[in-house]
Ligand binder design. Structure first.
Ligand code: NI
Length: 135
């Protein structure tokens, strides 16, 4: 009997979407306001979903405190109040789109979540735009 356990986290970060090899005009045309040269911020929301069997001894799928500690160490300490383009090595050469951010976070968290669990992430960039990985 598998159950999903979901922990929500929120973080603030700045970014700019652009390609160095494109003109300012083309970057604006493709990335709109997110191409603003002086960066801008988003209030990101991340839903971390863990799917697994209920442990008959504890009644838990996963200890939410332990899950929260992992999210704090791996997501909050790395990305909260950062400029994703300038401060975060993961995005030195990778456009910090919602799509790329959710995959980067997945790959980091996957190394910390035991293999017996399925992991699914949903990243909200705005109230209207969200990204899920695995799709
Ligand atoms: Ni943006």
């Amino acid at each position: 009997m598998k159950v999903s356990v979901i922990r929500k986290a929120t973080f603030n970060a700045a970014h700019r979407l652009y390609r160095k090899d494109w003109s300012d005009e083309k970057n604006s045309a493709v990335f709109g306001l997110c191409a603003n040269p002086n960066y801008h911020g988003h209030n990101y929301r991340l839903d971390v979903k863990i799917i697994g069997e209920i442990d008959p001894e504890t009644g838990y799928v996963i200890d939410l405190k332990e899950l929260n500690d992992i999210i704090q160490q791996e997501v909050m300490e790395r990305f909260d109040h950062r400029n994703l383009n300038l401060d975060c090595e993961q995005f030195k050469n990778l456009n910090p789109t919602g799509e790329n951010i959710v995959v980067v976070i997945y790959n980091i968290l996957r190394t910390r979540i035991p293999a017996k669990y399925e992991l699914q992430l949903k990243l909200w960039e705005t109230e209207k735009n969200s990204f899920e990985y695995p799709a």
